[in-house]
Design a protein. Structure first.
Length: 472
């Protein structure tokens, strides 16, 4: 398929290689995860990353101009497994790095040092579109007609859109979504339903859905679209390319990202390892992965069990023992941040590799803290889903610990749009839940940044008093 790429087992003691068209998601020899690896000596790479910026406004309607409109495929030489004619794009990745000086003051950062990479501007409102464009490009090349994912919401929405785009007049591509009972935000579920996905609600959590999605992929010739698929992560590397572009191609000091299934952190580590290997960056930033306290597998294993990459010789038995303890206790992930409500992250080994390569740290923040920082982000114009706010909450925690310096340049990844989970937002500001269709008597706000609606009579003088009073 491509002279530039192949698949390879991530475990150094194995390192088995497989063709691009081999539909496998773990190494058949040792069971480890797979990477997409490249023959860089054959790739026509630019001499400097700055050359990619010239593609922002390529004129015309050619395949190249369509690819250049994408914030993923503009960087196609850095993920050279696809051909231009095969690319499936929805205009993903048209995001801009946002300098956040007002928020910086609130978390103890100097002005000009905190940046928000707001992935909510993607077509389906989350970062997942970066990965789906890559995975669907390969799926159509392979002639796949059915795709599936387990999802807490964002993955299903993105997969459903790209399945619709990847179909042709002869046969549509069917999207099959596995969701857990009661474990998805309505803003996300609405997208999957509206975009035509076959949605299966399983009696279990995300991890149960993931097991069934993998089983169906293996037995029913359905192409898996979760981040166990290494091509998903190739597209997500482009988030880091856009971060660099937003900083005039200078490397930040920190990348801070929420940790759920750990696909983003894994992709970011791979992106910087490759860029450094190619001499396109002179250093690698540090990485902070922030778990929700109710879904804190990585935090527990990294900070309390001492789990490390160890050149690929990580302690798999420690991971298995932790999962067995969760099973014995009947423990399931539980957090308001539904996008990272995952107890058994499939990309955990790759995240260990990223933490090793990027001198990383792992922290956890509780739900109340997540909601406070979500409201803070919204107050200054960057509405996001709860999971996104874990990154900023993590920055504040690491500033308090003096791990991050006030003068260091920090990039927080905001993974999804505020309207992905509007119920959480309304409940924070009003105290109401989604079951209350009409607003009753005012509920005293509890959040530090709560912005409660004010009930006022249909009278100009009453309205004037409220408006003028609010200015003080």
């Amino acid at each position: 398929m491509s002279e530039f790429a192949h698949q390879q087992c991530i475990r150094p003691g194995c390192s088995a290689t497989f063709a691009l068209d081999a539909v496998i998601f773990r190494c058949p020899r040792c069971g480890s995860l797979l990477d997409v690896r490249y023959h860089w000596d054959r790739v026509p790479l630019p001499r400097r990353l700055q050359e990619f910026s010239q593609r922002w406004s390529t004129p015309g309607r050619s395949a190249a101009s369509r690819a250049d409109f994408s914030g993923v495929w503009r960087f196609r030489e850095l993920l050279p497994f696809a051909q231009l004619a095969d690319i499936i794009t929805a205009g993903e990745g048209r995001t801009v790095l946002q300098k956040a000086d007002q928020i910086a003051r609130q978390v103890g950062m100097d002005a000009g040092r905190l940046f928000l990479q707001y992935e909510g501007f993607n077509p389906t409102g989350s970062f997942k579109d970066n990965g789906m464009t890559a995975a669907f490009t390969l799926a159509r090349r392979l002639g796949k007609r059915r795709v599936a994912c387990a999802s807490t919401g964002n993955t299903s929405a993105s997969m459903a859109v790209f399945a619709a785009l990847a179909g042709d007049a002869g046969a549509a591509m069917q999207a099959i979504v596995f969701i857990g009972r009661g474990k998805i935000a309505y803003g996300k579920l609405a997208q999957a339903l509206d975009f035509g996905a076959l949605t299966l609600q399983i009696d279990g959590d995300f991890d149960a859905c993931m097991r069934r999605a993998v089983e169906c992929a293996e037995k029913l010739d359905i192409y898996l679209m979760n981040s166990l698929n290494p091509f998903r992560l190739e597209g997500q590397k482009a988030i880091m390319y856009r971060v660099l572009e937003g900083l005039d191609w200078e490397v930040p000091d920190w990348i801070v990202v929420p940790g759920g299934n750990l696909g983003n952190s894994s992709a970011f580590g791979k992106a910087f390892l490759e860029l450094h290997e190619l001499g396109l960056v002179d250093r690698v930033p540090r990485l902070a992965i922030i778990n929700a306290a109710g879904a804190n597998t990585l935090h527990e294993l990294w900070n309390h069990r001492g789990l490390r990459w160890h050149d690929g010789k990580y302690d798999a038995a420690a991971i298995d023992a932790h999962y067995a303890a969760l099973d014995a206790a009947g423990a399931r992930a539980s957090t308001i941040a539904t996008a990272i409500e995952i107890g058994r992250p499939v990309n955990l080994p790759k995240a260990l590799r990223a933490l090793d390569a990027m001198d990383g740290v792992v922290r956890q923040v509780d739900d109340d803290t997540i909601l406070e920082f979500k409201a803070l982000i919204g107050k200054y114009g960057f509405g996001c889903e709860p999971a996104s706010a874990a990154s900023l909450a993590g920055v504040k925690l690491l500033r308090d610990e003096d791990v991050i310096g006030a003068d260091e340049r920090v990039v927080c990844i905001l993974t999804g749009h505020a309207l992905k989970d509007p119920d959480a937002t309304v409940q924070y500001h009003t105290g109401l839940d989604s079951k209350q269709a009409k607003m009753p008597e005012p509920v005293p706000p509890t959040g530090l940044h709560a912005n409660q609606p004010i009930r006022v009579a249909d009278d100009f003088e009453a309205i004037r008093r409220v408006i003028e009073g609010s200015a003080h």
